[in-house]
Design a protein around this ligand. Structure first.
Ligand SMILES: Nc1nc2c(ncn2[C@@H]2O[C@H](COP(=O)(O)OP(=O)(O)O)[C@@H](O)[C@H]2O)c(=O)[nH]1
Ligand SMILES: [Mg+2]
Ligand SMILES: [Zn+2]
Length: 390
């Protein structure tokens, strides 16, 4: 065993150290403020000032003829580049933090993180689980008639929501295309999830392809042969209401949009955040970002001056929501109607496959009480979680 030589300190020395530490703590306490993590760049973060410190630091007095030293005043709503104290857990966009700002350098340091209401995580390319967004209220699962919806993907997102403590909201976008008869399947899918108790909304995002906004567009499309323009009017009203509906549902909330590529997530986000491009610019000039930095996720507020009004967390690559870190129990817990049945399977370790003996889930399918595709979805996801892909 290694001998650790400890220097004996005199009582007086100990008292002096205590006093120094207490003074340091006092000066930190006076400078502490509230903030919200707006973006994440690996080691550095951007934090928005949401409360001012008790003691507002004064700029240095400059003698005449002296050059003015750097000084970044602390103002509500400003965004600061921050380091993180070493002993903190990994932080994520949306985290509410206590932090100190150093006006002499323009950098801040995060001192602590407030308890989270939810945490969305995602495995990185080395399969290590990374927090992506904290305190998210709603995960909007966007799907559309085209590209065709993958019910299994929706089920996967629902599992993720359950595990992250985030409320799912099913958004059927491109509702204008429902005027085309082929897409009854998609509308039906929405009703199925409604019957399971999930909140849903039907939207048609403003864009040139939207055949409700641009009926002339419809006639130029091959698919439009089947479009009966007389049917469009009620749908038009519904879809227009849809965007307002969506707006209402996510008001004052922090939201993530997820879903296959091409379903209209960016178009919806732009419609909901008309100033999103601007706010991104403001942030980058404020903090003089290096160009090499890529964010893992960014919070785009509905009102940049008041974060309590919520916003959207923009996360690249959010589609690859791995679930390998979840147990079979975690996964079935995300299937609201199947979870209560699983206890009735004959075997505790039932895999719920079609030929599993005494499987309560398949009995329920046979009795028409649950949907077969949901049980199949469950089995697929459980099998995926069971097989590491690296
Ligand atoms: N017809 C129609 N097209 C849409 C709608 N929303 C988006 N689009 C179009 O679908 C394409 C993909 O949209 P985008 O927002 O990039 O999808 P993302 O990959 O999910 O972000 C674009 O050409 C959009 O203009 C909609 O409600 N109706
Ligand atoms: Mg996009
Ligand atoms: Zn079973």
């Amino acid at each position: 065993m290694a001998l650790i030589r400890q220097r004996k300190l005199t009582k007086q020395q100990l008292r002096r150290i205590d006093k120094q530490q207490a003074q340091q703590q006092d000066s930190i306490d006076g400078s502490l403020m509230d903030g919200v993590v707006m973006a994440h760049y690996g080691k550095q973060l951007e934090v928005q000032v949401t409360s001012l410190p008790a003691i507002i630091p004064n700029p240095p007095v400059v003698e005449e003829g002296e050059p003015e030293p750097f000084w970044q005043a602390i103002e509500l709503g400003d965004i600061w580049r921050c380091h993180v104290r070493t002993n903190l857990p990994m932080l994520a966009t949306g985290d509410k933090v206590r932090w100190v700002a150093d006006p002499n350098t323009g950098f801040g340091r995060i001192e602590s993180v407030q308890p989270r209401t939810s945490l969305v995580s995602r495995p990185d390319r080395y399969h290590k689980l990374k927090p992506v967004a904290a305190n998210v209220d709603i995960l909007a699962i966007v799907f559309a008639p085209l590209p065709a919806a993958a019910p299994n993907l929706i089920d996967r997102y629902l599992v993720v929501c359950h595990h992250a403590d985030v409320k799912p909201l099913l958004v059927l976008n491109k509702a204008d295309l429902l005027a085309i008869e082929d897409y009854a399947f998609t509308k039906n899918l929405l009703s199925e999830y409604e019957s399971l108790g999930y909140e849903t909304v039907l939207t048609a995002a403003p864009c040139p392809e939207n055949i409700l906004l641009n009926p002339s567009q419809a006639s130029s499309k091959k698919v439009a042969d089947k479009t009966k323009l007389t049917d469009i009017e009620p749908l038009q009203q519904q879809a227009e209401l849809g965007l307002t509906d969506l707006q209402q549902q996510i008001k004052d909330k922090l939201v993530i949009f997820a879903g296959q590529s091409g379903v209209g997530k960016s178009t919806l986000v732009n419609a909901l955040l008309p100033n999103s491009d601007q706010s991104v610019n403001v942030i980058s000039t404020n903090s003089k970002l290096g160009q090499h930095t890529t964010t893992t996720s960014r919070l785009l507020p509905f009102n940049p001056e008041d974060l309590t009004q919520g916003g959207i967390v923009d996360t690249p690559g959010i589609r690859e929501y791995g679930i390998w870190h979840l147990t079979p129990d975690d996964i079935i817990a995300g299937f609201v109607e199947l979870y209560p049945l699983a206890g009735d399977c004959q075997f505790r370790d039932c895999k719920h496959t079609h030929n599993s003996k005494g499987c309560a889930l398949w009995e329920a399918v046979a009795e028409g009480k649950v949907m077969q595709r949901r049980v199949e979805s469950l089995v697929t996801l459980q099998a995926e979680a069971d097989t590491p892909t690296y």
